[in-house]
Design a protein around this ligand. Structure first.
Ligand code: FMN
Length: 443
């Protein structure tokens, strides 16, 4: 996040942590350079609106402990990061609940132009009640309605990005004074339940037109939405069985939507803690754990689950609930691990470093072994490498683990000038595939 803290509450207090520099543009250009040096396909920006005020004491803990607060807008730092890199992609989270598709389509066309086709959109529907109140809705929409709106939201965006401007519409013919051939620009005439958008789109076609679509839904409705739209999916399950089930289910659902199930790319979250020796890595892990702010983690999880965890006995066993907020966080400790019982305290301690993601502690070889296993045996395509301490977590990964991955031939080769979609699909196709629901209308 464009914030001092994302999902490791308390780690900003670690000696030498640089998180408070998130307000400096230079901080972000350094992140970009390091990530590009390390061969990353993209930097992922999470984003939320609102305050984590579900936890017992209203918003006090969230504000005091920096639980994803304060947080600046992530997409505004992207052009600066693009300027200092050539190949790195930028996946930016936006909520379909609190913006308008015409506005978002314009912003992402602009970003896609300015990055030469290196941008992705992580589509979320948002879960905090406080965001709804600040953004003109008196209360949060229920999940079903949020996803209905998201379906129509993307339908409008796809029409603006894909159907409104022909590739040849822009002529820039100084002799005749024709900048754009009006015949090549059409309205979209969208009238739906949530939006009325006549169009046309205000931007000329960008390299990818539609940014690469990321998604991370884990409820039944969220999985349907991801299966229909996502090109890259975050699997948030912490166990191998959970990840396998999720990937199989999403591929089946994608096929039912008429999409090639193998075109979906799956990324799991991991928290690598690396040292030159096992002992150094273990010492780092222990030191990081000592900085976990358990109460702040409970405030964070209360927001994820829309449930006030301050009311529970920390030694109470966690029981499954269906939540209108993030179902995946709940499933991680119940459905995904039917043979293990977790207490509230254990969940908070585990989640204090990168929430539900597995922590991988060890030498570069140990970490490469583990990533290789997930890739080759489980079939995940990539990893959302979560930072604990900034910038050490990223720098350690790039300096220690990446050389080992390169040596094993596990990092994808780069093609200079490729768009993010080309990189992720390994093709030379920058535009959406024909079986994607957003691909251009042929009528
Ligand atoms: C890796 C990952 C990153 C996510 N990032 C965000 C985010 O930045 N902002 C947000 O509002 N939700 C985020 N989410 C939440 C989901 O996208 C989704 O909205 C949420 O899981 C609720 O829907 P569900 O119950 O169908 O899963 C993220 C989830 C995962 C697994």
């Amino acid at each position: 996040m464009n914030a001092p803290e994302h999902v490791s509450p308390g780690s900003w207090t670690y000696p030498g942590d640089d998180s408070t520099r998130y307000t400096d543009l230079e901080y972000w250009t350094e992140v970009a350079r390091t990530a590009e040096r390390g061969g990353f396909d993209a930097v992922f920006f999470a984003d939320v609106r609102g305050i984590y005020d579900v936890y017992g004491d209203d918003r006090h803990t969230a504000v005091e402990r920096g639980v994803q607060t304060p947080a600046n807008d992530p997409q505004l730092v992207v052009p600066a990061m693009a300027e200092v890199t050539d190949e790195l992609g930028f996946a930016v989270t936006r909520s379909t609940t609190y913006t308008h598709p015409y506005q978002l389509a314009r912003e992402f066309s602009t970003l896609d132009h300015l990055t030469d086709g290196r941008v992705a959109l992580n589509v979320v529907t948002s879960y905090l009640e406080s965001a709804a109140q600040n953004l003109g809705l008196h209360e949060r929409m229920d999940k079903e309605t949020r996803y209905d709106r998201a379906d129509e939201f993307l339908e409008v965006c796809y029409a603006l990005w894909e159907d409104s401007w022909d590739d040849e519409a822009v002529r820039t013919d100084a002799e005749t004074g024709v900048y754009t051939d009006p015949e090549g620009v059409s309205t979209i005439d969208h009238e739906g339940e949530f939006f009325t958008v006549p169009g046309p789109h205000g931007c000329e076609p960008s390299p990818q037109r539609t940014p690469v679509i990321y998604q991370a839904g884990s409820s039944d409705r969220g999985r349907e939405f991801a299966a229909a739209n996502a090109e890259a999916v975050f699997a948030s399950q912490p166990t191998e069985a959970g990840v396998r089930e999720y990937m199989t289910d999403l591929r089946e659902r994608a096929a039912a939507h008429g999409r090639d199930p193998d075109s979906l790319r799956f990324f799991i979250g991991v928290v690598p803690i690396v040292g030159e020796t096992e002992a150094i890595a273990q010492a780092k892990y222990d030191a990081y754990k000592a900085h976990v702010d358990v109460e702040a983690t409970l405030a964070l999880l209360s927001g994820f689950l829309d449930m006030d965890l301050s009311e529970l006995d920390p030694d109470q066993k966690v029981e499954h609930i269906e939540t209108d907020a993030i179902q995946g966080t709940m499933n991680a400790f119940t459905k995904s691990q039917p043979d293990r019982e977790w207490t509230v305290r254990e969940v908070a301690e585990f989640c204090g470093l990168g929430t539900t993601s597995p922590k991988i502690v060890g030498t570069p070889e140990t970490i490469a072994d583990e990533l290789q296993y997930w890739h080759e045996e489980v079939g995940v395509d990539g990893f959302n490498v979560k930072e604990v301490v900034r910038p050490d977590s990223l720098r350690d990964f790039v300096d220690l683990v990446v050389p080992e991955l390169r040596e094993r031939g596990l990092l994808s080769e780069r093609r200079p000038g490729a768009t993010l979609r080309e990189r992720l699909t390994g093709t030379d196709e920058s535009r959406l595939p024909a079986d994607h629901p957003g691909s251009p209308r042929t009528d």
